[in-house]
Every structure is written in structure tokens, then in C-alpha cells.
Design a protein around this ligand. Structure first.
Ligand code: PRP
Ligand code: URA
Length: 215
């Protein structure tokens, strides 16, 4: 079920029991990297379903073994943009739902002291002016990384930009709202706050480190 809870930034709270079950285990400090990767994939499948719910379709026909019937086919040009490196943990799930999507990559790294994100990589497909972009980045903390990624997509001409996260902080949502009103955010949960190091509370720790076992 989707619920828009903010009026300026459309926030879609993806309220699904399977997503919440996976999130509980993602939060658990004893979950190891291999289990963490499977859980990230599972929750991302559900988020991708919701983020793609209103994509346009064309209506044609298909011949079944018995007769011809109406058939609806996806017609949207979708580009999935994982924010490296943690966003890679969501990519395969989105491509499972949208196998014809093109993929762009954006590399952003938060400074450990200031939490300010700096770009170290960008490779986007050409001609994105009519595309729907799904930016996948599991953690929306200060919003610095999301705002930078959205700006890169906007510069490439994309108008329909959606941000798909696994945990969002109120501060990050407010920052996206300030910088890019109109970008839709899909998340199963909005956590309480950021701590002094700009980590999300209660959160799940450092997503990239837990995904790849680099703690
Ligand atoms: C994490 C996360 C987001 C970012 C969110 O990435 O994956 O990209 O922090 O924080 P923000 O909203 O305050 O910008 P990180 O920079 O730790 O890099 P990693 O994915 O390589 O671990
Ligand atoms: N990045 C993470 O991986 N976790 C947080 O809590 C904040 C930013």
C-alpha cells in the first residue's frame, strides 16, 4: 500500500509485511554479509514494484495457444541508477522487475568527518530526456548524496526522477524537499533522527560496509 504523507515531496511509505520482516533482519547487528545481501535484494524487489506501479503501458494483443487476447506491455524507458557502492545491493532486484531498463552509475562517498558527499564516478546512458529514472540508494541520511545524484540526472535532462531507499531519515527527506521538490521518494520506513556522526537512528549501521563485509 502506498501512502503520501508529505505534501511537497511525495513520500511513498511502502507498508508491506515482507519488507518490514526483511528490514527487521537488516537492522539486526548479528546478520552476516551474505544474509544481508539476500535481505537487501528481497526488500528492493518490493520497493521496485511500488516505484514502477504507474509506468505507462501500451495495449496490443497476444496469441495464446487457444485464442488472441489483449496484452499490456511496458513502454517506459527506465534507467536505474545505483549510487555506489551501497546502491549496487539493490540493482539486481530492480532489474529483475524491469529487465529492459538501462543502467547508469554514480559514485559518491561521504567524508567520514563531515558527512559531505563527493563524486568519484559517473556514467549515465545517453538521451535521458524521456526516461523515468530510479535512483537506488539504500540510506537517505543527510540527503547530501541523494541531492547530488538527483542534480546529475536533472542535468542529463531527466524529468521523472524517483528515489528508492531502504531507510530514510527526516533530515534527508527535508533536504530533498528543499533542493528538489517533486522528486518522489519510496521507502518502507522513516527513522527517528541522525546522530552526531550523521548516521541514521535507529538505522542499521553502515549499509555498504554490512553489504560487503568491510567493517
Ligand atoms: C552511504 C549511503 C548513501 C549515503 C547516505 O554511502 O549508501 O549513499 O551514505 O548519506 P547522506 O544522505 O548523508 O548523503 P557512503 O558514502 O557511506 O558510501 P558507500 O556506499 O560506498 O559505503
Ligand atoms: N550511510 C549509511 O550507510 N548509514 C547511515 O546510517 C547513514 C549513511
Amino acid at each position: 500500500m502506498l501512502r503520501c504523507i508529505f505534501t511537497i515531496v511525495p513520500v511513498h511509505l511502502v507498508d508491506h509485511p515482507v519488507a518490514h520482516d526483511a528490514l527487521a533482519l537488516l537492522r539486526d547487528r548479528t546478520t552476516n554479509a551474505s544474509h544481508f545481501r539476500r535481505l537487501a535484494h528481497r526488500v528492493s524487489l518490493i520497493l521496485a514494484m511500488e516505484a514502477s506501479r504507474d509506468l505507462p503501458v501500451t495495449t496490443g494483443s497476444v496469441d495464446t495457444p487457444l485464442e488472441t487476447t489483449a496484452a499490456h506491455r511496458l513502454e517506459a524507458d527506465v534507467v536505474v541508477v545505483p549510487v555506489l557502492r551501497a546502491g549496487l545491493g539493490m540493482l539486481e532486484a530492480v532489474l529483475e522487475i524491469l529487465p529492459h531498463a538501462r543502467v547508469g552509475h554514480i559514485g559518491l562517498q561521504r567524508d567520514e568527518a563531515t558527512a559531505i558527499a563527493s563524486q568519484y564516478y559517473k556514467k549515465l546512458p545517453a538521451d535521458l530526456s524521456r526516461s523515468t529514472a530510479l535512483i537506488v540508494d539504500p540510506m537517505l541520511a543527510t540527503g547530501g548524496s541523494a541531492v547530488a545524484a538527483i542534480a546529475m540526472l536533472q542535468k542529463a535532462g531527466t524529468q521523472d526522477i524517483r528515489l528508492v531507499c531502504i531507510v530514510a531519515a527526516p533530515e534527508g527527506i527535508a533536504e530533498v524537499e528543499r533542493a528538489h521538490p517533486g522528486v518522489h521518494i519510496f521507502t518502507p520506513v522513516i527513522d527517528r533522527e541522525l546522530n552526531d556522526q550523521k548516521y541514521i537512528l535507529p538505522g542499521l549501521g553502515d549499509f555498504g560496509d554490512r553489504l560487503y563485509g568491510t567493517m
